[in-house]
Ligand binder design. Structure first.
Ligand code: 5AD
Ligand code: FES
Length: 337
């Protein structure tokens, strides 16, 4: 449906109406994408990053964080384990780690796409030729949040980066035929509800296939350590409005929501979300991929999380999707055999 900026702002501000809003989003979710919850196995394969985003625990100035990246063999092994566990989509996520050159990434993508699995990349800003090569190697989807559409705020929070460039990357990704996932953080310092309303209209305008919305959680090793945030309820309202605006897209119940409340993802699944991205990264690496403190599930194993989330989904009368779970149930389209 269409909502004006003023209507969205009102819904964002109206705390008393939150239960109604989430219920409406849940109905729209049920009507347009059904009761299946699609799982994506998330592999956090490198916490090395060339950027210095002020909110992010992986920012390069955080010298206290032990850094890792998985070897190609480790990454493929992790992917295979997740596939054997039944995941039909894998998400490869990392900081902007240039160790993974175009050639290395393509090899990894080809290795994983030998299996029957949809593949999402979430590795940040690259150039057109790289996005094209990854797509040709078999990547189906790409995930990169715009974070905020307040350009001044973005440029302040992501020094050395440019909002315009990130926006252009999203357009390139879309043009190359990836399913496009984007999204924002809610509760950034100096982010107004009007600005969040504009974010939602932006995501509608560029036509995302997936929208991830999570609360900003201040990280003690960053300049924003005292910057507020932690706003679960505003994030849930934002997510619910996203569902009203884009009825049939994929919307994850985000880990950041779960990190603020033990039932955060369930609250999200009951308020418009239809995707969960359990972490399938193994061992020590889970703890080191510390975007924000208190991240849910860091001490658990992939199998534990898969079982846990399966039980939670069943407990609210939903079922785990058995397909690839693309937007509008599209099968991933190979562009090269
Ligand atoms: N709190 C919440 N989310 C964060 N992200 C990065 N840092 C934080 C934080 N401190 C989110 C960003 C990024 C995604 C991978 O994690 O939106 O795109
Ligand atoms: Fe990780 Fe429940 S999903 S412990």
């Amino acid at each position: 449906m269409n909502l004006s900026k003023a209507q969205i702002t009102e819904l964002l501000q109206n705390e008393e109406n939150e239960a109604n809003l989430l219920r409406r989003a849940d109905e729209v979710r049920h009507q347009f994408v059904g009761d299946e919850v699609h799982l994506r196995g998330l592999i956090e394969f490198s916490n090395i990053c060339r950027n210095n985003c002020q909110y992010c625990g992986l920012q390069r100035n955080n010298k206290k964080l032990a850094r890792y990246h998985m070897s190609e063999e480790e990454l493929l092994h992790t992917a295979k384990q997740a596939i054997d566990m039944g995941f039909k989509t894998l998400v490869l996520q990392s900081g902007e780690d240039m160790y993974y050159s175009q050639q290395r990434m393509c090899k990894i993508i080809e290795g994983i796409k030998k299996y029957d699995v949809a593949l999402t990349l979430s590795i940040g800003e690259r150039d057109y030729a790289e996005y094209k090569a990854f797509r040709e190697a078999g990547a189906d989807r790409y995930l990169m949040r715009i974070e905020t559409t307040d350009k001044d705020l973005y440029n302040r929070l992501d020094p050395g980066m440019s909002w315009q460039h990130r926006h252009e990357c999203l357009l390139m990704i879309k043009e190359l035929g990836y399913e496009l996932g984007s999204g924002i953080m809610v509760g950034l310092p100096n982010q107004s509800v009007e600005s969040i309303a504009e974010d939602l209209l932006y995501l509608k305008e560029i036509g995302v296939d997936m929208a991830g919305i999570g609360p900003f959680i201040p990280h003690p090793q960053t300049p924003l350590k005292n910057a507020g945030g932690n706003n679960l309820h505003l994030s849930l309202r934002t997510m619910a409005i996203m569902r009203l605006l884009l009825e049939d897209i994929n919307i994850p119940a985000t880990t950041a929501m779960e990190s603020l409340h033990p039932q955060g993802r369930i609250m999200a699944l009951k308020g418009g979300a239809n995707v969960v991205m359990p972490n399938v990264t193994e061992g020590e690496y889970r703890r080191l991929y510390e975007l924000y403190p208190g991240k849910a599930c860091v001490d658990d194993t992939p199998l534990h999380c898969r079982t846990c989330i399966g039980a939670k989904i069943a407990a609210i009368g939903r079922k785990v999707g058995q397909g690839y779970g693309g937007h509008k149930n599209k099968m991933p389209q190979r562009i090269k055999q």
